[in-house]
Design a protein around this ligand. Sequence first.
Ligand SMILES: *Cc1c(COP(=O)(O)O)cnc(C)c1O
Length: 389
Amino acid sequence: MSADLAARAAAADAADQLAHLRDRFTLPDGVVYLDGNSLGALPAGVPDRVADVVRHQWGEGLIGSWFGAGWWDAPERIGDRIAALIGAAPGQVVVGDSTSVNVFRALVMAQRLSGRDEIVVDATTFPTDGYIAESAARMTGCTLVAAHPRELTLSDRTAAVLLNHVDFRSGELWDMPALTAAIHDAGAYAVWDLSHSAGALPLALDAHGVDFAVGCTYKYLNGGPGAPAYCYVRADLLPRVEQPLPGWCSHGDPFGMEAGYRPATGATRLRTGTPEIISLLSLDAALDVWDGVDLAAVRAKSLALTTFFIDCVRALVPADRVTVLTPQTRGSQVALACDGAEAVMNALIAAQVVGDYRPPDVLRFGFAPLYLRFADALRAAEIIAKVLA
Ligand SMILES: *Cc1c(COP(=O)(O)O)cnc(C)c1O
């Protein structure tokens, strides 16, 4: 059984047109890293770039680097690089703050545009989105309604609907164009959290008419621990949105030090305070790994890798020990349910197969297509079988 699977892995790796991209990363020897959906691996160009930013731009350039080294515009400039990966034209994305903060920003902007009094949130969402939505609803005088993405309850009171593109636990991928259209039919705004899809599959925010989107950059975008998140607002809405966090960096004349607030034009109005320059520029260097990469090929490899991994698990692990939770329509991760999942994951990590555990009983394995091989998927399944034997 394992010999057949090994032959399949070898053939798939030999035919993999993205295989060379693994060299753009620094990965520890012997580790099968399946947690790139929590913290992406280190792109090889990042350490030298960060050292240069710290030693030269900061150490020598000092305050002159705000304009001399392009620090001031980094949130918009790097936002445009991310826009290219999520199907957005330039000028609609700004990078800064965490995903949690950007969820707040997007929901309040959407509610203020609509003037309605209900916010709908994906009941299965990553918890932070739900916590933030609850507070945003309270602050804007809205009722919060939790709904499953398959059964959205929309009405003429719905201001905004916050959805995750990929379920962080099961890996299920939701239908962005269909759900966005349904939300628009109800006269509401769609706010998508792309944390588990950007960098894993092609996105087409502009083409699907998405209103607002947010996402983090330290998962499939490999920006590094705590790398700043991004916020997208559709171009035609930008002139009308009112930021709930109108800091000086979003002002029309930030250095005029005016007492009164007036927003900058364009995506700059999505900024708040002084940008996180070191982590922003670490992200900037990390994004170089995408140069020349075709996201359709990334998606094809992602689906092939996760399919192969599920086949290996089904072939090698006794059927009564694990349940595959991840459906056919998925992002780039596979979730398995099993008894004692936390202890199982600890044993896997000790055996150099790094995934993660999510309560109550879920083992999560992320398959970052840029640096994983089919042989890694097989090795992970073999170790899972050994640990569960
Ligand atoms: C990872 C993730 C976040 C992370 O939020 P932070 O504010 O960056 O900690 C938020 N939402 C979703 C759906 C995520 O997967």
